[in-house]
Write a protein that binds this ligand. Structure first.
Ligand code: HEC
Ligand code: HEC
Ligand code: HEC
Ligand code: HEC
Length: 138
């Protein structure tokens, strides 16, 4: 009985996952993020394991859209995903803190990492200063 239930559960998960991957473009697995519009004089790319984050975070933890009045619209499945700097750039009229790619990314990425580090001593010890995002050899 239990075994049969588990088989059904696995089948449902596999079909569910396949249906999902057909419907939604999950983007690249691994990325090097680099601002183009407001690039620093000394560029500082960031590594970003996108797929790994999708295992524990929701798309909407990072992605969102904008409506005709310039208000933020929450992520919905299948929504067109645009690059952060399509909307976050100098002159966009965004609040100062999140006006640039750097600002928006630091608010989002560092915001969550700080929360995670506060609850996980092991990661907090590994994540010093600008790590794990800006490795020295990049
Ligand atoms: C949780 C990840 C994360 C941490 C931690 C982080 N950053 Fe960033 N940072 C990013 C992302 C993502 C960007 C936007 C993409 C890019 O241009 O690098 C960025 C952008 C930047 C830029 C602009 C780079 C450019 O080429 O225009 C600078 C400068 C920068 N960060 C400095 C720092 C410094 C200094 C620290 C540590 C005190 C730090 N960051 C910590 C993720 C992070
Ligand atoms: C932890 C944050 C985070 C999560 C969670 C996340 N993404 Fe992303 N995603 C990003 C960032 C950052 C980029 C790069 C954006 C850029 O280049 O400006 C990106 C890029 C993409 C792109 C490529 C966009 C382009 O035009 O280059 C797609 C498609 C995408 N994500 C879909 C998804 C979907 C679907 C999910 C959920 C299953 C998801 N993402 C979850 C942060 C995230
Ligand atoms: C289609 C336009 C658009 C794109 C693309 C976009 N944003 Fe935003 N974002 C907005 C708007 C509009 C707001 C609200 C600004 C305000 O408060 O006036 C916002 C707010 C934010 C905020 C502050 C609110 C919050 O949720 O914490 C952060 C952080 C942020 N964006 C990060 C990002 C990151 C990171 C990306 C890329 C993964 C991204 N944004 C892509 C339009 C966009
Ligand atoms: C919703 C929370 C959240 C957001 C938003 C987020 N991260 Fe993370 N990130 C994590 C957690 C949790 C881990 C640790 C995963 C683990 O080691 O189990 C992690 C790990 C990482 C790692 C290390 C991966 C490794 O192999 O050790 C990098 C690099 C990273 N994040 C970069 C970023 C960047 C860049 C952004 C923004 C574009 C970002 N993160 C946004 C939660 C987040």
């Amino acid at each position: 009985m239990m075994k049969q239930f588990l088989v059904y559960l696995c089948a449902a998960l596999i079909i569910g996952a396949a249906g999902y991957s057909l419907a939604v473009d999950a983007g690249p697995d691994d990325m090097i993020l680099q601002a183009e519009k407001d690039k620093a004089k000394k560029p500082k790319p960031s590594v970003f394991p996108h797929k790994a984050h999708q295992a524990f975070a929701e798309c909407g933890d990072c992605h969102h859209g904008v409506d005709a009045d310039g208000n933020m619209v929450a992520y919905t499945e299948g929504m067109e995903v645009q690059k952060c700097e399509t909307c976050h750039y100098k002159g966009s009229g965004m609040p100062k803190k999140i006006e640039t790619y750097k600002g928006a990314a630091h608010e989002n990425c560092k915001g969550c990492h700080e929360q995670v580090a506060a609850e996980n001593a092991e990661l907090a010890a590994k994540w010093t200063k600008c790590m794990p995002c800006h490795p020295k050899d990049m």
